[in-house]
Design a protein around this ligand. Structure first.
Ligand SMILES: Cc1cc2nc3c(=O)[nH]c(=O)nc-3n(C[C@H](O)[C@H](O)[C@H](O)COP(=O)(O)O)c2cc1C
Length: 172
């Protein structure tokens, strides 16, 4: 898929069809995630790819936003993005582990889109129960997760601010 088609086709997909994702497809998505840039190339992120149905169902319940939607467990997998803050950088009060992990997660999401798969960033999560469920070491934060699966809906293109409100040319 052309890069700009990937960008324009991506949507937050919240309904999935049952369907197994080929391991070769998942491998390509993982490789694309691995290629993400990071602070001093420190790669503070770690991902857990959850394929076990029961664990996926439990994860689906550990969201605090739109818990009414309970079909994430139908997706082929859930990718959980974690980061060790001490493995990234900090400058002028800005901690870069969130940014590093956000970039890597978006690589994953765009690669999944290129493979014809749907995803949805889920950031409104209950971190502690997820850490317990997935045996995540103490020093890691859980940043977000996303289902990866075959979409069972075609969400409309959501609004964005106009370009001239987002971009200033030469000065603010
Ligand atoms: C950092 C981040 C966290 C998000 N967390 C949630 C979430 O917890 N639950 C949810 O349903 N959607 C979540 N979303 C999806 C956004 O609501 C969605 O991307 C936005 O409404 C724009 O829609 P679009 O992705 O289809 O363009 C999140 C998106 C981002 C980037």
């Amino acid at each position: 898929m052309d890069f700009y088609d990937v960008i324009n086709n991506r949507r937050a997909v919240r309904r999935y069809k049952e369907g197994v994702i080929d391991d070769a497809v998942l491998k390509r998505i993982m490789e694309a995630t691995r290629r993400a840039p990071s602070w001093a190339n420190r790669q503070c992120w770690r991902f857990i790819l959850v394929k076990d149905r029961e664990t996926m169902m439990k994860l689906g319940q550990m969201r605090s936003y739109r818990p009414d939607i309970s079909c994430y467990e139908k997706a082929g997998a859930i990718a959980v993005a974690c980061a060790d803050p001490s493995a990234s950088g900090e400058m002028n009060g800005k901690q870069y582990y969130m940014l590093d992990t956000g970039i890597a997660m978006e690589h994953l999401i765009l690669a999944a889109t290129a493979e014809g798969l749907g995803t949805c960033w889920i950031g409104a999560i209950d971190e502690q129960p997820i850490k317990q469920l997935l045996h995540i070491p103490d020093q890691y934060r859980v940043i977000a997760f996303t289902p990866i699966g075959y979409a069972d809906e075609q969400p409309p293109l959501r609004n964005r601010l106009p370009l001239d409100e987002i971009f200033h040319i030469n000065r603010w």
